[in-house]
Design a protein around this ligand. Structure first.
Ligand SMILES: [Zn+2]
Length: 498
């Protein structure tokens, strides 16, 4: 319901005339984070974001009271609480609902948009849409809204003259899109110049999240794109895409789905436990603990989290472990060669519309491993939480045949996409009365503790790696012996070198 694949071809044509810039891209699922400001909104700290309601006469009127409630912190199942809970309170947005922008009649050309209906994939919407967004910002500014309040944070947590998030919600029939207007605008920027981001009160607006039919839940998803997230459902509809993710197969109903573990990890909203060796874990519900267990390092790894009904995720009837197989090296292979799908090159989002990162059910960017091994999701059958989450007695082990998993070889092993063993085993799951889940995890025995997500700051490094160090005096003796051996060996080597 969000992006317009048919439009992608047209976007691609536009790309050819767009300047080639070696900057990072918009909604690349954090292949890069260096571009918070021009390409993404900050996902940490206190921000104030703007919602512009656009109401066209002749369509169901916007209920402002209802709107203001959903976007206020008072709604425990609303926009603000969703992002606060999902981020463990690390991201604290507040929303200003701007003055309603009213139109007596459809602001889009009637000949192209009969009934003001924007059909999915309608390329005419493109230039008309740019004009409408520009007009909405201009009218909001003219109504006296101070845009400097929408720049409280940036890449370094300080105001940076880039807006922290702008949304447009309209009552006309339209799905939703997150539109990088700064990339496509060739006209007035509202500050006396041509092209690029719109500017109001000196604050630049590079992209806008748009939702139609006054659908506030679609807006939650579209806002995810401003945070740098890409679509994780299958636009082509071969299967539903990623379950357990608000960027995935969520039906935009009021039971908002939490972020999947990879999204949480990338946004630095997780408390990552990096596994090394074999250990028994007690994982608390991720909604309140942020605990994400990571097995493996580099581009391909597994993430495990405890999911179940809470304030969000209400659609889940049971609690269990969600296991995700992540491969950030997913690529498109074409006649021209091999292209990474998670490119950070500006404009690459167009390729992600044409060939989305999660569209190959058997080898997507993020795959939900299903406990029952029936591969229902891959075959476009329903996701069944009680059978697909890992619950009492379920296990996930290496497949010794090292077969590459595919529709013709549906083997539910913990092997990598190459078929080689990953070193990951999950066994002896116990879902406890209090909602925590015990599980025994095996990961590679060494080399797992030196792969932080970023240099410094909350959410960058794992909060723990491998089993805790042995504390008692007696048991540390073998450790001392090992250190002595190392010294001895170094002494020997030095002697040999001489
Ligand atoms: Zn989307």
């Amino acid at each position: 319901m969000s992006h317009v694949a048919v439009m992608a071809r047209f976007l691609l044509a536009l790309m050819l005339v767009a300047p080639a810039l070696a900057r990072a891209d918009y909604m690349d699922h954090f292949a890069s984070r260096d571009d918070v400001g021009p390409r993404k909104v900050p996902a940490l700290g206190d921000v104030t974001v703007l919602l512009m309601p656009v109401e066209v006469k002749g369509f169901p009127p916007i209920d402002r009271a209802k709107l203001e409630r959903f976007f206020s912190p008072d709604d425990e199942a609303g926009f603000v609480r969703y992002f606060e809970v999902s981020s463990l309170g690390r991201y604290r947005p507040r929303v200003v609902v701007g003055p309603t922008i009213s139109y007596e009649q459809c602001p889009l050309p009637a000949a192209q948009f009969p009934g003001c209906r924007v059909r999915r994939g309608d390329i005419n919407a493109f230039s008309a849409g740019i004009d409408l967004l520009r007009e909405a910002v201009r009218r909001t500014d003219e109504a006296g809204v101070d845009f400097t309040q929408f720049d409280r944070s940036g890449r370094a947590g300080q105001p940076d003259r880039w807006a922290d998030g702008v949304m447009l919600l309209t009552n006309v029939p339209f799905g939703g899109i997150a539109f990088p207007i700064g990339f496509f605008n060739r006209g007035d920027n509202l500050a006396g110049q041509s092209g690029g981001a719109l500017v109001a009160d000196g604050v630049r607006i590079p992209h806008v999240a748009v939702a139609g039919d006054t659908d506030v839940h679609v807006m939650v998803h579209e806002f995810g794109h401003l945070l740098g997230l890409t679509d994780l459902y299958d636009e082509a509809g071969k299967y539903a895409g990623l379950h357990l993710s608000f960027m995935g197969s969520w039906a935009y109903d009021p039971k908002i789905v939490l972020p999947d573990a990879e999204t949480r990890y990338r946004l630095r909203w997780a408390n990552v436990l990096q596994a090394q060796g074999t250990q028994r874990y007690r994982l608390e519900p991720v909604e309140t603990s942020g605990q994400v267990l990571r097995i493996g390092v580099g581009d391909e790894y597994f993430l495990v989290e405890n999911r179940g009904p809470g304030r969000f995720d209400q659609a889940l009837p049971v609690r269990g472990l969600a296991v995700f197989h992540v491969d950030r090296a997913v690529a498109s292979v074409t006649a021209q060669g091999r292209f990474p799908k998670l490119g950070a090159k500006e404009g690459d989002f167009v390729n992600r519309l044409l060939d989305c990162v999660n569209c190959d059910a058997w080898h997507p960017y993020i795959r939900l491993v299903q406990a029952d091994g029936e591969f229902d999701v891959e075959a476009d059958r329903p996701f069944q939480p009680d059978a697909d989450l890992f619950r009492d007695g379920d296990r996930f082990l290496n497949d010794p045949s090292n077969t590459v998993r595919s529709a013709s070889s549906p083997i539910n092993g913990s092997n990598l996409y190459s078929g080689q063993p990953s070193g990951f085993a999950l066994d002896d799951v116990r879902v406890r009365e209090d909602g925590s889940i015990d599980v025994t995890i095996t990961a590679p025995a060494e080399g797992q503790c030196g792969d932080p997500l970023c240099a410094d700051g909350e959410g960058c490094a794992p909060i723990a790696c491998g089993p805790p160090p042995v504390k008692s005096g007696c048991q540390s003796a073998p450790g001392l012996g090992l250190v002595a051996l190392l010294f001895l060996e170094q002494g020997l080597r030095r002697r040999q070198r001489r």
